[in-house]
Design a protein around this ligand. Sequence first.
Ligand code: TYD
Length: 199
Amino acid sequence: MTKFITFEGVDGAGKSTHLAWFADALRERGMDVIVTREPGGTPLGEQLREIVLNQPMSMGTEAMLMFASRLEHVEQVIQPALRAGKRVISDRFSDASFAYQGAGRGMSWEKLAQLEQWVPLQPDLTLFFDVPIEVARQRLANNVSLDRFEQEQGEFFERVRAGYHRRVAENPARYVVIDAAQSLASVQQQLAVIIEAIE
Ligand code: TYD
């Protein structure tokens, strides 16, 4: 059964907009759905989010804070909801740490895999919203305040995108890759097919 679903993609891929639509579509099918996000998802996690998105820090500190926020999130929110029979949709999860701190910042995959051992579960399904970086950058251009990640240059996001593709290649069965360069309606059509298949 598909109980824990995560949404991933570079900043500007449109995943947060699609996530809200997707969650509503599952609810219309009678499913009990909670929506959450990372970094964040708990009071402590949201405090960590504020720090990690805005304060300069070393790559290792950044990675450990992402995983600290995740552990809290899993224990306080995700596992209790799953035990209560709910579906959980998270806006980002461990894949984002491999893509951003690993491929983006240059932290080794091995060190991240060690941190991942603290995380007691994997998503059942991950939707990766894939988009050319030029398109993603254009979508962010209207944002007035950009966080530490959004302020990065195009090459950083090219690496992040490649990092996501590496994760997909390592475990293809868990992912659906969505062509997020398409119009909203066309992406929703791609999502509708996935929703049909969710039990
Ligand atoms: P994002 O989903 O983009 O939030 P918003 O749409 O509200 O801006 O997530 C915030 C940023 O955090 C994003 O730039 C990616 C970054 N991030 C990491 O670098 N590593 C992680 O493990 C996670 C969960 C997020």
